[in-house]
Ligand binder design. Sequence first.
Ligand code: 3PG
Length: 306
Amino acid sequence: MKVLVATEKPFSKIAVDQIREIVEKGGHTLALLEKYTDVAQFYEAVANADALIVRSDKVTREVIAAAKNLKIVVRAGAGFDNLDLAACTERGIVAMNTPGQNSNAVAELAIGMMIYISRNCFTPGTGSELKGKTLGIQAYGNVGRLVAEHAKSFGMKIMAFDPFVPAEKIQAEGVEVAATLEELYEKSNFVSLHIPATEQTKGSINYNLLSRMPKGGCLVNTARKEVINEAELVKVLEEREDLKYVTDIAASNQAELNEKFGKRVFATPKKMGAETAEANVNAGVAAANQICDYFATGNTRFQLNK
Ligand code: 3PG
């Protein structure tokens, strides 16, 4: 079988080498399409692929249509909002992700961004410490849990809100559970987002929530830009000169945010939460193993479109 790795933002070399080793050991061949600049290159490369590994690359209905032999696509990462699951299902293509594999890298970046913004974006001036502050974790999944764990060692108080995780499970980890999302925002000096981008969450981080944050509050977004109501973010930052926003996924209106709010906002130049050699290896190797396993035994453990 031919396994294509199509990554606009490539894996590290060490990850690609390990993916190749696994794929070849499984009796398959590896093709690489990295840093492509036009989606036409993706259509061409995927045309004769039996399996596909991507990162945030958009696997659209058009990509699926071009992929005549495709049997399985694996998103090497957690969020799968870039996969057209309906199009995969219609063609009988198995779609998977690799949950948890890059979580630590994202969690460490969330902490790093909190420190960066608390220290005036590393420019002269008096900053503040994380110790003693309350961190609100919105969604207590793989990344949220790790952010909580790391933040505890900074002496932060941790609260979480996640309607899908039993409160007792969260409390057992020394984390307070907010009764409502509103309460989480009201009590947290920092809120760190770990929700996926879905029809329910898109645009859900809005004026109503953000305006509840205590003085000096900061929203940390290592999730997806789509979950933010960007117009309402501007409104609240205009009204509340104490609030801050740091993100790993530049807003659609990032230039406006930078111009209007200066050092109160920060966006990484390119999404880098999962940009560590470790995360690349973990997610890439998991994707390659899942593909080989699927071809060898039919294992569909991480299938998203069952
Ligand atoms: C994920 O959903 O796993 C992260 O957002 C990482 O995305 P990336 O592979 O584009 O870095």
